[in-house]
Ligand binder design. Structure first.
Ligand code: FAD
Length: 404
Protein backbone atom coordinates (compact mmCIF):
# COMPACT_ATOMS: atom_id res chain seq x y z
CA UNK A 1 0.00 0.00 0.00
CA UNK A 2 1.37 3.37 -0.86
CA UNK A 3 1.02 6.76 0.72
CA UNK A 4 -1.31 9.28 -0.81
CA UNK A 5 1.00 12.16 -1.50
CA UNK A 6 -0.63 15.54 -1.89
CA UNK A 7 1.71 16.08 -4.80
CA UNK A 8 1.20 12.54 -6.12
CA UNK A 9 1.59 12.03 -9.82
CA UNK A 10 -1.32 10.48 -11.68
CA UNK A 11 0.66 7.29 -12.29
CA UNK A 12 1.16 6.78 -8.56
CA UNK A 13 -2.48 7.33 -8.07
CA UNK A 14 -3.50 4.13 -9.79
CA UNK A 15 -1.95 2.37 -6.84
CA UNK A 16 -3.23 4.94 -4.33
CA UNK A 17 -6.77 4.70 -5.65
CA UNK A 18 -6.73 0.97 -5.12
CA UNK A 19 -5.26 1.09 -1.62
CA UNK A 20 -7.84 3.64 -0.48
CA UNK A 21 -10.61 1.63 -2.15
CA UNK A 22 -9.58 -1.53 -0.34
CA UNK A 23 -9.56 0.30 3.03
CA UNK A 24 -12.95 1.72 2.13
CA UNK A 25 -14.32 -1.74 1.47
CA UNK A 26 -13.48 -2.74 5.04
CA UNK A 27 -14.89 0.46 6.52
CA UNK A 28 -18.08 0.68 4.46
CA UNK A 29 -20.33 -1.68 6.49
CA UNK A 30 -19.15 -0.17 9.79
CA UNK A 31 -19.64 3.42 8.66
CA UNK A 32 -23.09 2.75 7.19
CA UNK A 33 -24.24 1.01 10.39
CA UNK A 34 -22.88 3.75 12.65
CA UNK A 35 -24.55 6.42 10.50
CA UNK A 36 -27.91 4.71 11.17
CA UNK A 37 -27.48 4.82 14.96
CA UNK A 38 -29.29 7.35 17.14
CA UNK A 39 -26.04 9.00 18.18
CA UNK A 40 -24.87 9.71 14.62
CA UNK A 41 -28.13 10.33 12.78
CA UNK A 42 -29.47 13.31 14.78
CA UNK A 43 -27.72 16.61 14.33
CA UNK A 44 -28.78 19.95 15.74
CA UNK A 45 -28.53 22.73 13.21
CA UNK A 46 -29.98 26.16 12.50
CA UNK A 47 -30.94 26.26 8.82
CA UNK A 48 -32.47 29.74 9.03
CA UNK A 49 -29.49 31.92 9.72
CA UNK A 50 -28.93 35.01 7.68
CA UNK A 51 -26.11 34.96 5.14
CA UNK A 52 -23.36 37.03 6.81
CA UNK A 53 -21.72 38.11 3.53
CA UNK A 54 -24.35 39.27 1.07
CA UNK A 55 -28.13 39.45 0.77
CA UNK A 56 -28.95 35.92 -0.28
CA UNK A 57 -31.25 35.52 -3.23
CA UNK A 58 -32.12 32.48 -5.33
CA UNK A 59 -33.81 30.39 -2.64
CA UNK A 60 -34.91 26.94 -3.76
CA UNK A 61 -38.49 26.14 -2.77
CA UNK A 62 -38.69 22.78 -4.55
CA UNK A 63 -39.88 19.94 -2.37
CA UNK A 64 -36.50 18.18 -2.69
CA UNK A 65 -34.71 21.21 -1.25
CA UNK A 66 -36.71 21.11 1.99
CA UNK A 67 -35.60 19.54 5.26
CA UNK A 68 -37.99 17.90 7.68
CA UNK A 69 -36.94 18.55 11.32
CA UNK A 70 -36.95 15.49 13.59
CA UNK A 71 -39.94 14.97 15.83
CA UNK A 72 -38.83 15.84 19.40
CA UNK A 73 -40.41 12.60 20.65
CA UNK A 74 -38.04 10.53 18.49
CA UNK A 75 -35.03 11.99 20.27
CA UNK A 76 -33.40 10.28 23.23
CA UNK A 77 -33.83 12.12 26.51
CA UNK A 78 -30.21 13.30 26.58
CA UNK A 79 -30.70 15.18 23.33
CA UNK A 80 -34.07 16.61 24.34
CA UNK A 81 -32.33 18.18 27.35
CA UNK A 82 -29.64 19.51 25.04
CA UNK A 83 -32.27 21.09 22.84
CA UNK A 84 -33.44 23.22 25.77
CA UNK A 85 -29.95 24.34 26.84
CA UNK A 86 -30.29 28.03 27.71
CA UNK A 87 -26.61 29.10 27.83
CA UNK A 88 -26.41 31.09 24.66
CA UNK A 89 -29.87 32.63 24.62
CA UNK A 90 -28.39 36.09 24.61
CA UNK A 91 -26.82 35.48 21.22
CA UNK A 92 -29.64 36.05 18.80
CA UNK A 93 -29.10 33.91 15.75
CA UNK A 94 -32.60 34.53 14.44
CA UNK A 95 -32.44 35.53 10.78
CA UNK A 96 -34.75 38.49 11.16
CA UNK A 97 -34.25 39.33 14.84
CA UNK A 98 -33.17 42.87 15.72
CA UNK A 99 -30.19 41.48 17.60
CA UNK A 100 -28.72 39.83 14.51
CA UNK A 101 -25.00 40.19 14.51
CA UNK A 102 -22.31 38.66 12.39
CA UNK A 103 -20.08 36.08 14.02
CA UNK A 104 -17.70 37.33 16.63
CA UNK A 105 -14.48 36.03 18.06
CA UNK A 106 -16.50 34.44 20.90
CA UNK A 107 -18.10 31.96 18.50
CA UNK A 108 -14.94 29.90 18.16
CA UNK A 109 -11.89 28.94 20.17
CA UNK A 110 -8.38 29.53 18.86
CA UNK A 111 -8.09 25.83 18.07
CA UNK A 112 -11.27 25.77 15.92
CA UNK A 113 -11.33 25.76 12.14
CA UNK A 114 -15.05 26.55 12.09
CA UNK A 115 -17.54 28.74 13.84
CA UNK A 116 -19.00 26.88 16.80
CA UNK A 117 -22.72 27.04 16.79
CA UNK A 118 -26.04 25.32 17.04
CA UNK A 119 -25.50 22.60 19.64
CA UNK A 120 -26.09 24.85 22.65
CA UNK A 121 -28.29 27.51 21.09
CA UNK A 122 -32.00 27.71 21.77
CA UNK A 123 -32.58 28.20 18.03
CA UNK A 124 -31.86 25.35 15.65
CA UNK A 125 -33.54 21.99 15.44
CA UNK A 126 -32.50 18.38 15.42
CA UNK A 127 -32.56 16.86 11.96
CA UNK A 128 -32.56 13.17 11.12
CA UNK A 129 -29.75 12.86 8.56
CA UNK A 130 -30.93 9.43 7.41
CA UNK A 131 -34.37 10.79 6.53
CA UNK A 132 -32.84 13.74 4.65
CA UNK A 133 -30.16 12.18 2.43
CA UNK A 134 -27.83 14.25 0.29
CA UNK A 135 -29.06 13.84 -3.28
CA UNK A 136 -30.16 15.72 -6.38
CA UNK A 137 -32.35 18.68 -5.43
CA UNK A 138 -32.42 20.83 -8.57
CA UNK A 139 -30.61 23.71 -6.79
CA UNK A 140 -28.44 25.27 -9.51
CA UNK A 141 -27.79 28.48 -11.45
CA UNK A 142 -26.36 31.82 -10.31
CA UNK A 143 -27.00 31.31 -6.59
CA UNK A 144 -25.20 27.94 -6.43
CA UNK A 145 -22.36 29.22 -8.64
CA UNK A 146 -21.89 32.29 -6.40
CA UNK A 147 -21.48 30.06 -3.37
CA UNK A 148 -18.87 27.87 -5.04
CA UNK A 149 -17.06 30.97 -6.36
CA UNK A 150 -17.01 32.50 -2.86
CA UNK A 151 -15.65 29.26 -1.42
CA UNK A 152 -12.84 29.04 -3.99
CA UNK A 153 -12.04 32.72 -3.44
CA UNK A 154 -11.30 31.87 0.21
CA UNK A 155 -8.27 30.16 -1.26
CA UNK A 156 -6.76 33.60 -1.91
CA UNK A 157 -4.52 33.97 1.08
CA UNK A 158 -3.05 37.36 1.98
CA UNK A 159 0.06 35.50 2.84
CA UNK A 160 1.74 35.59 -0.57
CA UNK A 161 1.21 39.34 -0.78
CA UNK A 162 2.66 39.85 2.67
CA UNK A 163 5.53 37.56 1.97
CA UNK A 164 6.09 39.22 -1.35
CA UNK A 165 6.46 42.62 0.26
CA UNK A 166 8.78 41.16 2.93
CA UNK A 167 10.74 39.66 0.11
CA UNK A 168 11.00 42.94 -1.77
CA UNK A 169 12.01 44.90 1.34
CA UNK A 170 14.59 42.30 2.12
CA UNK A 171 15.86 42.33 -1.44
CA UNK A 172 16.41 46.07 -1.23
CA UNK A 173 18.30 45.73 2.02
CA UNK A 174 20.32 42.73 0.94
CA UNK A 175 20.97 43.69 -2.65
CA UNK A 176 24.69 43.28 -2.22
CA UNK A 177 24.56 39.76 -0.84
CA UNK A 178 24.02 36.94 -3.33
CA UNK A 179 23.00 34.31 -0.74
CA UNK A 180 20.67 36.66 0.96
CA UNK A 181 17.60 36.02 3.01
CA UNK A 182 15.70 37.15 -0.09
CA UNK A 183 16.74 34.04 -1.94
CA UNK A 184 15.61 31.89 0.94
CA UNK A 185 12.30 33.68 1.09
CA UNK A 186 11.84 33.24 -2.63
CA UNK A 187 12.34 29.55 -2.15
CA UNK A 188 9.79 29.46 0.67
CA UNK A 189 7.42 31.47 -1.47
CA UNK A 190 7.74 29.07 -4.37
CA UNK A 191 7.76 25.79 -2.50
CA UNK A 192 6.48 25.69 1.05
CA UNK A 193 3.92 28.45 0.97
CA UNK A 194 2.16 26.88 -2.00
CA UNK A 195 1.67 23.57 -0.23
CA UNK A 196 -0.92 24.83 2.27
CA UNK A 197 -2.75 26.77 -0.41
CA UNK A 198 -2.85 23.71 -2.59
CA UNK A 199 -4.18 21.62 0.28
CA UNK A 200 -6.91 24.17 0.97
CA UNK A 201 -7.91 24.01 -2.69
CA UNK A 202 -7.89 20.21 -2.70
CA UNK A 203 -10.07 20.09 0.39
CA UNK A 204 -12.82 22.23 -1.12
CA UNK A 205 -12.52 20.80 -4.60
CA UNK A 206 -12.77 17.27 -3.13
CA UNK A 207 -15.85 18.28 -1.16
CA UNK A 208 -17.37 19.86 -4.27
CA UNK A 209 -16.65 16.72 -6.32
CA UNK A 210 -18.07 14.51 -3.58
CA UNK A 211 -21.31 16.52 -3.49
CA UNK A 212 -21.51 16.32 -7.30
CA UNK A 213 -20.96 12.55 -7.12
CA UNK A 214 -23.83 12.11 -4.65
CA UNK A 215 -26.26 14.18 -6.63
CA UNK A 216 -25.38 12.26 -9.82
CA UNK A 217 -25.61 8.89 -8.05
CA UNK A 218 -28.95 9.82 -6.45
CA UNK A 219 -30.33 11.62 -9.46
CA UNK A 220 -34.04 12.12 -10.11
CA UNK A 221 -34.98 10.82 -13.55
CA UNK A 222 -38.09 12.75 -14.54
CA UNK A 223 -38.91 10.31 -17.35
CA UNK A 224 -38.97 7.17 -15.21
CA UNK A 225 -39.87 9.23 -12.09
CA UNK A 226 -37.32 7.36 -10.03
CA UNK A 227 -34.03 7.99 -8.24
CA UNK A 228 -31.17 6.39 -10.15
CA UNK A 229 -27.48 6.90 -11.00
CA UNK A 230 -26.81 9.18 -13.97
CA UNK A 231 -23.50 8.39 -15.70
CA UNK A 232 -23.53 11.47 -17.99
CA UNK A 233 -24.04 13.73 -14.98
CA UNK A 234 -21.11 12.09 -13.20
CA UNK A 235 -18.75 12.15 -16.20
CA UNK A 236 -19.42 15.79 -17.03
CA UNK A 237 -18.91 16.99 -13.44
CA UNK A 238 -16.34 14.61 -11.95
CA UNK A 239 -15.37 11.58 -14.03
CA UNK A 240 -13.72 13.56 -16.84
CA UNK A 241 -11.53 15.48 -14.37
CA UNK A 242 -8.76 13.30 -12.85
CA UNK A 243 -7.82 16.01 -10.35
CA UNK A 244 -11.38 16.18 -8.97
CA UNK A 245 -11.41 12.39 -8.53
CA UNK A 246 -8.02 12.55 -6.90
CA UNK A 247 -9.22 15.26 -4.50
CA UNK A 248 -12.06 13.05 -3.22
CA UNK A 249 -9.52 10.34 -2.35
CA UNK A 250 -7.26 12.95 -0.82
CA UNK A 251 -10.07 14.25 1.44
CA UNK A 252 -10.97 10.74 2.51
CA UNK A 253 -7.35 9.99 3.41
CA UNK A 254 -7.07 13.23 5.39
CA UNK A 255 -10.27 12.60 7.34
CA UNK A 256 -9.29 9.00 8.11
CA UNK A 257 -5.96 10.22 9.38
CA UNK A 258 -7.85 12.51 11.80
CA UNK A 259 -10.03 9.59 12.97
CA UNK A 260 -6.89 7.52 13.48
CA UNK A 261 -5.27 10.29 15.52
CA UNK A 262 -8.43 10.65 17.58
CA UNK A 263 -8.71 6.92 18.40
CA UNK A 264 -7.81 7.16 22.11
CA UNK A 265 -10.49 9.82 22.59
CA UNK A 266 -13.13 8.01 20.51
CA UNK A 267 -12.75 4.93 22.72
CA UNK A 268 -13.82 6.98 25.75
CA UNK A 269 -16.94 8.72 24.43
CA UNK A 270 -20.39 8.01 25.83
CA UNK A 271 -22.39 7.30 22.65
CA UNK A 272 -25.66 8.22 24.29
CA UNK A 273 -28.78 7.04 22.52
CA UNK A 274 -31.41 6.61 25.21
CA UNK A 275 -31.01 2.86 24.81
CA UNK A 276 -28.21 1.00 26.66
CA UNK A 277 -28.30 -1.89 24.20
CA UNK A 278 -27.73 0.41 21.24
CA UNK A 279 -25.03 2.31 23.11
CA UNK A 280 -23.07 -0.92 23.60
CA UNK A 281 -23.55 -1.86 19.97
CA UNK A 282 -22.29 1.52 18.76
CA UNK A 283 -19.27 1.26 21.04
CA UNK A 284 -18.46 -2.21 19.59
CA UNK A 285 -18.77 -1.00 15.98
CA UNK A 286 -16.66 2.03 16.80
CA UNK A 287 -13.95 -0.18 18.33
CA UNK A 288 -14.02 -2.36 15.21
CA UNK A 289 -13.75 0.70 12.97
CA UNK A 290 -10.86 2.09 14.99
CA UNK A 291 -9.00 -1.20 14.79
CA UNK A 292 -9.26 -1.02 10.97
CA UNK A 293 -7.99 2.57 11.16
CA UNK A 294 -5.06 1.51 13.34
CA UNK A 295 -4.01 -0.92 10.63
CA UNK A 296 -4.15 1.80 7.97
CA UNK A 297 -1.04 2.68 6.04
CA UNK A 298 0.12 6.22 6.66
CA UNK A 299 -2.19 8.05 4.30
CA UNK A 300 -1.48 11.65 5.10
CA UNK A 301 1.40 13.24 6.93
CA UNK A 302 0.12 16.32 8.72
CA UNK A 303 3.66 16.96 9.98
CA UNK A 304 4.56 18.15 6.47
CA UNK A 305 2.13 21.03 6.73
CA UNK A 306 2.71 24.28 8.57
CA UNK A 307 6.35 23.44 9.10
CA UNK A 308 8.01 26.45 7.45
CA UNK A 309 9.40 29.56 9.15
CA UNK A 310 6.05 31.37 8.96
CA UNK A 311 4.02 28.35 9.99
CA UNK A 312 2.12 30.03 12.82
CA UNK A 313 0.97 32.94 10.68
CA UNK A 314 0.00 30.68 7.82
CA UNK A 315 -1.93 28.35 10.10
CA UNK A 316 -3.95 31.27 11.52
CA UNK A 317 -4.76 32.43 8.04
CA UNK A 318 -5.73 28.94 6.95
CA UNK A 319 -8.08 28.72 9.96
CA UNK A 320 -9.67 32.10 9.23
CA UNK A 321 -10.32 31.11 5.65
CA UNK A 322 -11.76 27.74 6.53
CA UNK A 323 -14.01 29.36 9.15
CA UNK A 324 -15.29 31.58 6.36
CA UNK A 325 -16.10 28.53 4.25
CA UNK A 326 -18.25 27.23 7.12
CA UNK A 327 -19.99 30.64 7.37
CA UNK A 328 -20.67 30.72 3.63
CA UNK A 329 -22.93 27.70 4.17
CA UNK A 330 -25.52 30.08 5.63
CA UNK A 331 -25.78 31.63 2.16
CA UNK A 332 -26.75 28.36 0.41
CA UNK A 333 -30.26 28.82 -0.96
CA UNK A 334 -31.46 25.22 -0.61
CA UNK A 335 -32.11 23.85 2.87
CA UNK A 336 -31.05 20.28 2.10
CA UNK A 337 -27.82 21.48 0.43
CA UNK A 338 -27.25 23.88 3.34
CA UNK A 339 -27.74 21.05 5.84
CA UNK A 340 -25.19 18.77 4.18
CA UNK A 341 -22.87 21.69 3.42
CA UNK A 342 -22.88 22.57 7.14
CA UNK A 343 -22.46 18.96 8.27
CA UNK A 344 -19.55 18.30 5.94
CA UNK A 345 -17.66 21.58 6.34
CA UNK A 346 -17.92 21.23 10.13
CA UNK A 347 -16.72 17.63 9.83
CA UNK A 348 -13.74 18.81 7.77
CA UNK A 349 -13.07 21.59 10.30
CA UNK A 350 -13.07 19.02 13.10
CA UNK A 351 -10.54 16.92 11.20
CA UNK A 352 -8.32 19.98 10.65
CA UNK A 353 -8.58 20.87 14.34
CA UNK A 354 -7.57 17.34 15.36
CA UNK A 355 -4.67 17.29 12.89
CA UNK A 356 -3.30 20.78 13.35
CA UNK A 357 -4.41 22.21 16.70
CA UNK A 358 -3.31 19.30 18.88
CA UNK A 359 0.12 17.83 18.62
CA UNK A 360 1.59 14.80 20.38
CA UNK A 361 0.71 14.53 24.06
CA UNK A 362 -1.50 17.65 23.89
CA UNK A 363 -4.10 15.44 22.20
CA UNK A 364 -4.83 14.17 25.71
CA UNK A 365 -6.41 17.55 26.48
CA UNK A 366 -8.74 17.53 23.47
CA UNK A 367 -12.43 17.87 24.19
CA UNK A 368 -14.85 17.78 21.30
CA UNK A 369 -18.53 18.61 21.20
CA UNK A 370 -20.98 15.93 20.19
CA UNK A 371 -21.69 17.89 17.00
CA UNK A 372 -18.03 17.72 16.02
CA UNK A 373 -17.92 13.93 16.37
CA UNK A 374 -21.22 13.51 14.53
CA UNK A 375 -20.14 15.73 11.64
CA UNK A 376 -16.66 14.19 11.39
CA UNK A 377 -18.17 10.71 11.02
CA UNK A 378 -20.85 11.80 8.63
CA UNK A 379 -18.25 13.58 6.49
CA UNK A 380 -16.17 10.38 6.44
CA UNK A 381 -19.29 8.39 5.56
CA UNK A 382 -20.21 10.75 2.70
CA UNK A 383 -16.71 10.49 1.20
CA UNK A 384 -16.81 6.74 1.64
CA UNK A 385 -20.11 6.69 -0.29
CA UNK A 386 -18.54 8.83 -3.02
CA UNK A 387 -15.72 6.32 -3.44
CA UNK A 388 -18.25 3.50 -3.71
CA UNK A 389 -20.21 5.52 -6.28
CA UNK A 390 -17.03 6.22 -8.28
CA UNK A 391 -16.37 2.48 -8.47
CA UNK A 392 -19.94 1.93 -9.60
CA UNK A 393 -19.67 4.61 -12.32
CA UNK A 394 -16.26 3.30 -13.35
CA UNK A 395 -17.79 -0.12 -14.01
CA UNK A 396 -20.79 1.38 -15.79
CA UNK A 397 -18.52 3.51 -17.99
CA UNK A 398 -16.44 0.44 -18.79
CA UNK A 399 -19.58 -1.56 -19.71
CA UNK A 400 -20.93 1.17 -22.01
CA UNK A 401 -17.54 1.38 -23.80
CA UNK A 402 -17.73 -2.34 -24.51
CA UNK A 403 -21.31 -2.35 -25.75
CA UNK A 404 -20.86 0.61 -28.15
P1 FAD B 1 -21.23 23.55 -10.18
O1 FAD B 1 -21.11 22.24 -9.49
O2 FAD B 1 -22.10 24.58 -9.57
O3 FAD B 1 -19.75 24.13 -10.34
C1 FAD B 1 -19.49 25.48 -10.71
C2 FAD B 1 -18.14 25.55 -11.43
O4 FAD B 1 -17.12 25.12 -10.53
C3 FAD B 1 -18.04 24.57 -12.62
O5 FAD B 1 -18.50 25.16 -13.79
C4 FAD B 1 -16.55 24.25 -12.66
O6 FAD B 1 -15.87 25.26 -13.36
C5 FAD B 1 -16.12 24.35 -11.22
N1 FAD B 1 -16.06 23.03 -10.59
C6 FAD B 1 -17.02 22.07 -10.54
N2 FAD B 1 -16.63 21.04 -9.80
C7 FAD B 1 -15.40 21.33 -9.34
C8 FAD B 1 -14.48 20.65 -8.50
N3 FAD B 1 -14.76 19.48 -7.94
N4 FAD B 1 -13.29 21.24 -8.27
C9 FAD B 1 -12.98 22.43 -8.80
N5 FAD B 1 -13.84 23.14 -9.57
C10 FAD B 1 -15.03 22.59 -9.84
N6 FAD B 1 -27.22 20.28 -5.55
C11 FAD B 1 -27.95 19.15 -5.37
O7 FAD B 1 -28.67 18.74 -6.28
N7 FAD B 1 -27.91 18.45 -4.18
C12 FAD B 1 -27.13 18.87 -3.15
O8 FAD B 1 -27.13 18.25 -2.08
C13 FAD B 1 -26.34 20.05 -3.32
N8 FAD B 1 -25.57 20.53 -2.32
C14 FAD B 1 -24.88 21.69 -2.49
C15 FAD B 1 -24.10 22.19 -1.43
C16 FAD B 1 -23.43 23.38 -1.59
C17 FAD B 1 -22.60 23.89 -0.42
C18 FAD B 1 -23.52 24.11 -2.80
C19 FAD B 1 -22.81 25.42 -2.97
C20 FAD B 1 -24.28 23.63 -3.85
C21 FAD B 1 -24.96 22.42 -3.72
N9 FAD B 1 -25.72 21.89 -4.76
C22 FAD B 1 -26.43 20.75 -4.57
C23 FAD B 1 -25.67 22.50 -6.08
C24 FAD B 1 -24.56 21.81 -6.94
O9 FAD B 1 -23.34 21.73 -6.21
C25 FAD B 1 -24.28 22.56 -8.24
O10 FAD B 1 -23.92 23.90 -7.92
C26 FAD B 1 -25.44 22.57 -9.20
O11 FAD B 1 -25.87 21.26 -9.46
C27 FAD B 1 -25.06 23.23 -10.56
O12 FAD B 1 -23.98 22.50 -11.11
P2 FAD B 1 -23.08 22.99 -12.30
O13 FAD B 1 -22.84 21.84 -13.21
O14 FAD B 1 -23.65 24.24 -12.90
O15 FAD B 1 -21.64 23.33 -11.68
Amino acid sequence: LCRLRESGAVDDLQCEYHSIESVNQQLTPLLRQLAQSTYFRYYKVNLHKQCPFWSAEGQCFLEDCMVEPADENELPEELQNHAAHPDMDEIDFSPFGPGYQPFSKCDYADTDFCVMEDEFTASGEYVDLIKNPERFTGYAGESAHNIWRAIYEENCFDFPARLHSTLENQQEKDAAKPDSMAAQLRQIYQVDECKEKRIFYRLVSGLHASISTHLCYNFYNRTTQSWEPNLDCFMSRVGNFPSRLQNIYFDYALLLRAVFKLSPYLHTIDYCSGNPEEKGWVQDKMNELLSVCLALPETFDEGEMFDGPDAAMLKEEFKDHFRNVTRIMDCVGCQKCRLWGKVQTRGFATALKVLFSFEGPSLGSIKLERGEIVTLFNAVNQLSKSIEAIQFFHQQYHDTQHTT
